[in-house]
Design a protein around this ligand. Structure first.
Ligand SMILES: [Zn+2]
Length: 74
């Protein structure tokens, strides 16, 4: 694994950790819900295991898309 691939794998691991430890605990909302200014939204794409995105290419699967909403910040 070269430096580029290692950095990419680290980035994916970091993002997966952020999802697992934080985002997945936030309320889920429909993906077509309208955006409101005072919220932060997290749109998560779940790719199939065989998807080319894991080999550094463009996505060639039909990912499941989930949207979470961050609570209002004061
Ligand atoms: Zn994909």
């Amino acid at each position: 694994m070269n430096r580029h691939e290692r950095r990419r794998a680290d980035k994916i691991a970091r993002e997966n950790r952020f999802y697992r430890d934080y985002i997945r605990h936030l309320p889920r909302i429909p993906t077509d819900a309208p955006y409101e200014r005072e919220h932060v939204y997290h749109t998560v794409f779940f790719h199939d295991e065989w998807c080319a995105i894991y080999c550094g290419s463009a996505c060639n699967c039909n990912p499941d898309i989930v949207r979470h909403i961050d609570p209002k910040r004061s």
